[in-house]
Design a binder for this molecule. Structure first.
Ligand code: NAD
Length: 250
């Protein structure tokens, strides 16, 4: 024990994409607090610098576009060179993309959401997997969304990519079964982060009205579920998606 917190992740090396803000940063904070060393990949250099100021050499911050295959490969080499191993990957990088009817969505807008939310999760998982398999132990956690199942109005590209992430999670879990590497996802509804600022007030009001518990989730609640999925305590689940929606998604 240290500072009243258990050290579930002592000797573990984790990688969190989109880890410079929101849910990703909350996961980074908790992993570090519980003993991990964490590589943080994000597109936002300013937020990465703040993350580094907060955690010092417990984190390795890297400016990476998760949709860029070459950048992912290069960043993975640097990550593994730093601590000589990798145990945990959390795919948190994501954008909401266009709010509107699908017929008004530009192809470039569609492709951008797919590239970051879906291709990014695939690329980071593909790059991490040889290192996790090498250990004979690993955890991958994908941040999907309750919209994967719902397909809300005016969020077609986002919902499609998150449904893709749920499907990818199922398949990756089976591909890696028996290797010691477990792959799971979470499907949050509204978690109080900056990402919500990209949603229209109308969407926000309607979304809150559909949450039986009547409030957004907190970052601590998201980090608690994600880090449990990253831990040894999670041992008999793979390919699964865990609801985190205050009852909206069930
Ligand atoms: N907040 C919610 O209510 C909610 C609900 C369901 C799912 N999610 C998902 O949770 C994840 C985290 O979202 P959040 O709410 O913390 O938002 P956020 O905007 O605070 O965090 C997302 C992070 O991803 C980074 N990012 C964006 N594009 C990137 C790229 N190309 N390469 C690398 N990093 C990139 C951003 O810079 C940011 O730091 C996302 O996948 C999001 O879809 C969020």
């Amino acid at each position: 024990m240290s500072n009243g917190h258990s050290l579930r992740f002592q000797d573990r090396v984790a990688l969190v994409t989109g880890g410079a803000s929101g849910i990703g940063l909350a996961v980074v904070d908790r992993l570090v607090r519980e003993g991990a060393r964490v590589a943080v990949w994000d597109i936002d250099g300013g937020k990465l610098a703040r993350c580094h100021a907060r955690h010092g050499d417990r984190v390795l911050v890297q400016t990476v576009d998760v949709g860029d295959a070459a950048a992912i490969e290069a960043a993975m080499v640097e990550t593994v060179a730093r601590w000589q191993r990798l145990d945990i990957l959390v795919n948190g990088a994501g954008i909401v993309g266009p709010n509107g009817p699908f017929w008004e969505t530009e192809v470039a807008q569609w492709e951008r959401v797919v590239r970051i939310n879906l291709t990014g999760s695939f690329l980071a998982s593909r790059a991490a997997t040889p290192h996790l398999r090498h250990n004979g132990w690993g955890r991958i956690v994908n941040i999907a969304s309750v919209t994967a199942n719902e397909g809300p109005r005016h969020l077609g590209p986002y919902a499609a990519t998150k449904a893709g992430v749920v499907g990818l999670t199922k398949s990756m879990g089976k591909d890696l079964a028996g290797s010691g590497v477990l792959v799971n996802a979470i499907t949050p509804a509204l978690i109080a982060t900056e990402l919500l600022e990209q949603l229209t007030p109308e969407y926000m009001a309607a979304a809150l009205a559909r949450i039986p518990l009547g409030r957004p989730g907190t970052l601590d609640e998201a980090a608690a579920l994600v880090t449990w999925l990253c831990s040894e305590e999670c041992s008999f689940s793979t390919g699964a998606s865990y609801d985190l929606s205050g009852g909206r998604g069930v």
